[in-house]
Ligand binder design. Sequence first.
Ligand code: DAH
Length: 341
Amino acid sequence: MVEKIEALKKEVNDYKADSAAQVEEFRLKYLSKKGILSSLMEEFRTVPSEQKRELGQKLNELKNYVTERYNFLKDNATSKNTLDISSIDLTRSATNFPIGSRHPISIVKNDIIRIFSDMGFTVAEGPEIEDDWHVFSSLNFPPDHPARDMQDTFFISRNPIDVLLRTHTSSVQTRTMEKNQPPIRIVCPGRVYRNEAISARAHCFFHQIEGLYIDKNVSFADLRQVLLNFAQQMFGSETKIRLRPSYFPFTEPSAEMDISCDICGGKGCPFCKETGWVEILGCGMVDPNVLKACGIDPEIYSGYAFGLGIERITNLKYKVKDLRMFSENDVRFLEEFESAR
Ligand code: DAH
């Protein structure tokens, strides 16, 4: 039996296995239940007890040796397979992985900023958590104005001063005028908050862009021309505008601007409620009280302001019917804008 063990050791040592199938053959031949090692174990039972000690040791050594050899052959065969360089095409270009698309609100915001920066406006920003002065008092809101009500505004604290989430980006007007003397020509993009029930047509947060121009001799005609240029660049050179008298505490006179409906070309359709016009923004000449509150002399300077909702412009451009789509981040919706920019 000793010779048998020695011969087996040599045989195992010389065994070559290049593939997984040959390694499996090795296992079956030596290590399986019906393999050579098992039958040697059977034979071992019958040897006289005085030889058992020595033979048992040798048999154990053999078993360890065969198992080691098996592991070695197995590793060798698998690493050979994965390192088979001939099957790798090193000249192939890497797989592209999809990159995200820009959010429609960002696409439209950037378009609006680009149009106004071509006309000399720079971008100014302000905080979303504001105080009463910047959102209401400095902008000539009377103390009992409904916008100051809890029903419309999210208050963070009311003592000692009112701290709140801004309800419009007009607060950035005040912040800019407090720190700078005219000429001032800015657009202020940002998120605003209102205490509204969420539905297809209203949301508790949305986005606005405020515009402000203060200088000597600024007139309503300047405002009209800038807004006409904006409307035609945004919605096409055929677009017409009209200004309707309106009221805002911070402008006098105030107006709302409509553009001709681009679906029916102004003839009247369900989208424009048969009027041929759709409203897009509020505007006006900055009230002298606002200039005074911000440390600018209304005897020397005048200016105009306007404010528009980015969701509104996006709806008009891309016909998104439900405002909630903008904040749900459904990838199927967002991917529709991939080609937009
Ligand atoms: N702040 C107004 C709003 O949120 C929008 C607005 C209207 C801004 C007229 C202006 C303006 O600057 O002149 O509804």
